[in-house]
Design a binder for this molecule. Structure first.
Ligand SMILES: *[C@@H]1O[C@H](CO)[C@@H](O)[C@H](O)[C@H]1NC(C)=O
Ligand SMILES: *[C@@H]1O[C@H](CO)[C@@H](O)[C@H](O)[C@H]1NC(C)=O
Length: 407
């Protein structure tokens, strides 16, 4: 009896010591003195963000049981690098796309292949920037600010000029023959635009474009989502006065932007908050912002088709664990200070990489949903463009373009 009791005491003390040790180790890890965690070296301040409840969104979201997106073809594999946006010129030539190596390239047909069409940076050089397949890896990240990262592309149908939202060089334009693009809007109120992302052109010449964050640039875009910070804006550039205006402020990772066919409204995505939003430009609701849809994952670009419907590219997907972190900033503050790589932390949260694309009508009704559940064909889709009986699908992080006959 005596002996057992003593053993229990020893056990108890040992446990206390273990708990203390564990607390010290955890404390040490969380302080992350060697900057080993994903947020290491950053002034990381998570805030609560405005996101719809997981169950509510997932229950009502239509599934694509046939996983039709998985039937797509991967084309130009290892010939294009991180083609975020795909665009055709007014003559129907192309596609054109902006790549991770800073170039805007044009598909010039089987014979000539991909040719360089335009550059955004005067400091661009083949030696420093053209790193081929490595362009979409972290190796390019330190060069990005120098080489440029053209994300959103739109041709002006009347002039044939190509407008570019470059993550580092702001809003730019280049003529129908390409070359070095000219900056149009690089500052707002004296401060540099940190992260231009996508644009659309109004028929009156004004250009609406997103500025994703005033705190983080593209290389650090993950922190915008992890923090939930909402310093993003929708801006408008007016060519007659060469002036830039704030249209909307306080957005959580504003990303894609698309005017409606009659220009009575525009849609934009808020990536962090997983939602599709509408801003009225005409009529009695002019200036009002409305929720169009809560999405099952993180949306990127929006592109209109000939019927005036909207394709939204969505990176998947929200999970239950991620919702708990989203609703509890202090937990994110601890979790992302653990000294593990982001991909492990994401995997623990059940985040799988796959994609969903969805077609919306003007009223915000879902017309179609295509998924690639296995993530075989498409991962990290960034844009869906419907042209010539096909869906052309861009991706910001992989080296190919995907196509799928549609409808
Ligand atoms: C897809 O599968 C789910 C669950 O198995 C089912 O409830 C739903 O009706 C199916 N949808 C279609 C369009 O077949
Ligand atoms: C073009 O139309 C938009 C939307 O109504 C408006 O905000 C903008 O000021 C107009 N631009 C010009 C140059 O008139």
């Amino acid at each position: 009896m005596e002996k057992k009791k003593r053993l229990e005491e020893v056990d108890g003390r040992l446990q206390q010591h273990l708990v203390l040790l564990l607390a010290i180790v955890l404390g040490f890890l969380i302080m992350d003195p060697f900057d080993m965690s994903p947020v290491g070296g950053h002034d990381f301040r998570p805030v609560k963000n405005d996101i719809a409840p997981y169950d509510q969104v997932m229950e009502s979201w239509p599934a694509d049981n046939l996983s039709r997106l998985g039937l797509g073809n991967l084309e130009h594999v290892d010939k294009v690098f991180g083609p975020e946006s795909l665009e055709f010129d007014p003559l129907g030539n192309g596609p054109y796309t902006g790549m991770a190596d800073g170039r805007i390239v044009k598909w010039a047909g089987e014979g000539r292949g991909w040719v360089t069409f335009a550059l955004v940076s005067r400091d661009w050089s083949e030696k420093l920037c053209m790193t081929g397949k490595d362009s979409t890896t972290y190796k390019q990240w330190k060069m990005e600010a120098l080489c440029g990262r053209p994300l959103g592309l739109r041709f002006d149908k009347s002039s044939g000029n190509l407008y570019i939202a470059d993550a580092y060089y702001g809003l730019m334009v280049v003529g129908p023959d390409g070359g070095l693009a000219t900056p149009l809007s690089t500052h707002m109120g004296g401060e540099p635009i940190l992260f231009a992302n996508d644009l659309d052109i109004h028929s009156n010449g004004s250009i609406f474009f997103t500025d994703t964050s005033q705190k983080y640039n593209r290389v650090n875009h993950f922190f915008i989502m992890l923090e939930g910070e909402a310093s993003g804006r929708l801006l408008r550039y007016d060519p007659p006065t060469k002036s830039t205006h704030i249209v909307l402020d306080g957005l959580a990772f504003p990303n894609g932007v698309q005017l409606s066919k009659d220009e009575s409204f525009l849609l934009f995505t808020e990536t962090t908050n997983c939602r599709l939003m509408k801003l009225w430009l005409k009529g009695e609701k002019k200036g009002k912002v409305e929720l169009v849809a809560n999405l099952p994952g993180f949306p990127d670009n929006i592109r209109i088709n000939e019927q005036g419907q909207f394709w939204v590219a969505i990176d998947c997907c929200r999970t239950k664990a991620q919702e708990i972190l989203t609703n509890n900033p202090w937990m994110r503050s601890v979790y992302f200070r653990l000294p593990f790589q982001m991909r492990y932390l994401a995997r623990i949260m059940g985040m799988k990489m796959y994609s969903v694309i969805s077609l919306f009508d003007e009223q915000g009704k879902i017309l179609d949903v295509l998924e690639d559940k296995e993530g075989v064909v498409m991962k990290l889709v960034s844009e869906v463009r419907e042209a010539n009986g096909m869906l052309w699908i861009g991706t910001v992080a992989h080296n190919h373009i995907a196509t799928l006959p549609y409808p």
